[in-house]
Design a protein around this ligand. Sequence first.
Ligand code: ZN
Length: 241
Amino acid sequence: MRTLVLSDIHANIVALEAVLTDAGQWDRLWFLGDLVGYGPNPNECVERLRELGAAPALSGNHDWAVLRKLDTEEFNDDARRAVRWTRQQMNDDNLAYLDSLPPLHVAAPYTLAHASPRHPVWEYILDLPTAQENFDYFDTPTCLVGHSHIPALFMLDEAGLNFYLLEDGETVDLSQGRMIANPGSVGQPRDGDPRASYAIIDDEAHTWTLHRVAYDIAATQRRMRAHNLPSRLVERLEFGM
Ligand code: ZN
């Protein structure tokens, strides 16, 4: 069985379609949150994910902000503007779907959290101490997270805790230890590689493979400019930062 793992689509339908084409056949789809915010196609992305039958699908901090479940005080000006614009665009049905998504779900042997198992909506796991602490907050062997937009993997085994930045095509054996794995971001990568990022779990081989795929960044940027979304958000897509 192949599980396609996506996170942080951020209303970038062009990137999402490129990922779906690149991923080929899969048996189930898991989504780790932040379906909207930043990008130009929030309704289209919600509808596409629903049509694909993503389950479980999680909500993230940007989804919560659009739903007014989270104060945008913590957001920078550009993100706040994008949240406000997104809220105006979205229809009630799609908002209700977003509202139905939890930020954390346990599907043993996996725990799925948008940000971290300790603070599922907002904590960034970007360093070893934060990762180390979070291993105490889930019981399954593996925890899948998004939120940082970085395809990172934290592995805890007898030798200790290690951090890996996975590249396109790299495969990790999930039975080597306890893991916190991040598939990176479909719609707004931040590791310096602007290509959309996603992961595939091979359930028989028990492996996690990271994939990157180029998409038509200029097409997403044109749509963002047409909606007057903040230029910094438009420009960062081509740098993957
Ligand atoms: Zn995000």
